[in-house]
Design a protein around this ligand. Structure first.
Ligand SMILES: NC(=O)c1ccc[n+]([C@@H]2O[C@H](COP(=O)([O-])OP(=O)(O)OC[C@H]3O[C@@H](n4cnc5c(N)ncnc54)[C@H](O)[C@@H]3O)[C@@H](O)[C@H]2O)c1
Length: 258
């Protein structure tokens, strides 16, 4: 699977899964836009990815409409167009519903859902006229399953599944595909932070959080790796026809099976 210079706009690309996808795409001959909250982190990742010719840093909060529009236009000007969007930026906030601050609920939904909406709209401005493109959303097993304490995250990830399917239908006449990747637990800063939080909320040890809560339903008690998710993203980005659209690809060591 090769990307032949194709330009990918990847949100949350300064860390974790987003950075792993950016690395894989550059290794496959792609050029990447590293979009993240802080310019210094985006710049450091872009430098690691080969600098100006292959990686362009932009700072944006994906839930801020003007920052998204300015950032996408800047990146398209730098590279000439946008061929692929990986809408990946996300956060996790866990609380039982009765203690869930409304502000946290709104913040999480805004980053996942407004972020996907705004970046999609901004990137389609380049994809529709050229009659090609690929939209990739970072869902989760929580696009299909629910877990306690994660009402906002489960709601957002289910929402992204519906959004990806709708984009597959709307994008078809412009030759734009849309798919969603649904990973199980991947050891990234987002998950590292959750282990002590969940241990406290559930009143169990951190070891039990990992073994029982995070990996309990997998077939082999293994974490999904960033490289596994990046490989699936590359397949979706480089796929040659529109046969693969509107799909949810679950990468979870069998935790959830469609
Ligand atoms: N790690 C997992 O187990 C796992 C499993 C399934 C899905 N996911 C999803 O994968 C995506 C990436 O998660 P990760 O584990 O790599 O997390 P991470 O914390 O390592 O990386 C997330 C990145 O998003 C950026 N970000 C956060 N809010 C942003 C905003 N408002 N605007 C722009 N950038 C923002 C952060 O700065 C960070 O660089 C998320 O959508 C997450 O829900 C993660």
């Amino acid at each position: 699977m090769e990307l032949d210079g194709k330009v990918s706009f990847i949100t949350g690309a300064a860390s974790g899964i987003g950075l792993g996808i950016a690395k894989r795409f550059v290794a496959a001959g792609g050029r990447v836009v590293v979009a993240d909250l802080k310019m210094d982190a985006a710049k450091a990742a872009a430098a690691e990815l080969g600098g100006d010719a292959t990686a362009f840093p932009v700072a944006m909060d994906v839930s801020n409409e003007s920052e998204v529009n300015v950032g996408v236009d800047l990146a398209a000007k730098h590279f000439g167009t946008i061929d692929i969007l990986v809408s990946n930026a996300g956060i996790q906030i866990v609380h039982p519903i009765e203690e869930f601050p409304f502000a946290d609920w709104k913040k999480l939904l805004a980053i996942h859902l407004d972020g996907a909406f705004l970046t999609t709209k901004a990137c389609l401005k380049y994809m529709y006229p050229q009659k090609s493109g690929a939209l990739i959303y970072m869902g989760s097993v929580h696009s299909h399953e629910a877990s306690p304490l994660k009402s906002a995250y489960v709601t957002a990830k289910h929402g992204l599944l519906g959004f990806a399917r709708t984009m597959a239908k709307e994008g078809a006449k412009y030759n734009v595909r849309a798919n969603i990747i649904c990973p199980g637990f991947v050891m990234t800063p987002l998950v590292e932070k959750q282990i002590p939080q969940q241990a406290e909320e559930l009143g169990i040890t951190e070891e039990r959080v990992v073994k029982e809560v995070m990996l309990g339903e997998t077939v082999d008690k293994q974490f999904t790796m960033i490289s596994d998710v990046a490989e699936v993203a590359l397949t979706l980005a480089a796929f040659k026809t529109n046969a693969l659209t509107g799909e949810s690809i679950i990468v979870s060591h069998g935790w959830h099976m469609n």
